[in-house]
Write a protein that binds this ligand. Structure first.
Ligand code: ATP
Ligand code: MG
Length: 250
């Protein structure tokens, strides 16, 4: 039985290696002869145990960068090391295994499975990892309680509000106790209170458990939760002044 769904089932990795290190990373989208350059010469280091925020105008390349950090897109050039693995060298199968076992994603458009209930969506990464269905369901329900959706566990996404879907996506991202959580606008559809609660949960995971989070956001209300702030500007990543990070509740 899992007493606290946030209690780790494996110790935090050593802080010696950064969670994310990029050197000269470049990415352009190509369709036929059309080339859309997005990132060029990205340098960044995100230490383990941090909640790093990634800001920047719409279309600047935040989701593109997050997708590369998550092994969903390959850089065209440069070096990208995530949790000690060189992502540019992983085969597609190895990248999928890496994502499944070590990362948690909150996608900008959630990507919930429409045929599954909220609880089944949250439990899906556990089932894929070989966890018994009854245990997966229990953990999923505990996580849904944590995001305030205990009463909606059997609802399918179509019958949930956008903000509720976003909270299901947060619960699902935490299901596997990932070392690195990649969150693309995780509070965009939440009101102020739900947004604060979501970020408090992410900060518990980083501050108390040594996990790392990279949070893309336009939401100024959650900036006090950042340990560091990076901005994507003209294809590069530039460090920004960081407000003093507050431990667990701002
Ligand atoms: N699959 C794709 N094919 C071609 N171009 C793309 C693709 N995905 C993104 N782009 C382009 O790359 C640029 C960066 O897109 P990206 O989604 O990374 O921006 P973003 O910073 O996340 O924006 P937003 O804040 O609006 O989510 C944009 O100009 C976009 O049009
Ligand atoms: Mg985006």
């Amino acid at each position: 039985m899992i007493a606290d769904p946030l209690i780790p089932d494996r110790p935090a990795a050593t802080a010696a290696l950064p969670a994310v290190a990029a050197l000269g990373v470049a990415k352009a989208y190509r369709r036929g002869a059309a080339v859309t350059p997005v990132l060029d010469g990205v340098e960044l280091t995100i230490p383990r145990g941090q909640c790093a925020f990634l800001l920047g105008p719409s279309g600047s390349g935040k989701t593109t960068l997050l997708s590369m950090i998550g092994g969903l897109l390959k850089p065209d050039a440069g070096k990208l090391s995530v949790l000690g693995s060189d992502l540019t060298r992983l085969t597609p199968d190895a990248a999928a295994e890496f994502r499944r076992t070590r990362l948690g994603f909150i996608f900008q458009r959630f990507h919930l499975l429409q045929g599954l209930t909220a609880s089944e969506n949250v439990g899906a990464p556990l089932i894929l990892s070989g966890v018994q269905p009854s245990q997966a369901r229990q953990r999923a329900e505990e996580l849904l309680d944590l995001v305030g959706l205990g009463d909606f566990r059997r609802q399918i996404p179509r019958r949930l509000s956008v903000g509720q879907c976003q909270r299901v996506a947060l619960a699902r991202a935490l299901a596997n106790d990932p070392e690195l959580i990649l969150a693309d606008e995780p509070t965009a559809s939440l009101d102020a209170e739900a947004g604060q609660q979501a970020m408090q949960l992410l900060r518990r995971v980083t501050v108390e458990m040594g996990r790392t989070a990279v949070v893309v956001t336009h939401d100024a209300r959650i900036l006090p939760f950042a340990d560091s702030i990076l901005a994507v500007e003209r294809g590069r990543v530039v460090a920004q002044p960081t407000p003093t990070a507050r431990p667990l509740s701002p």
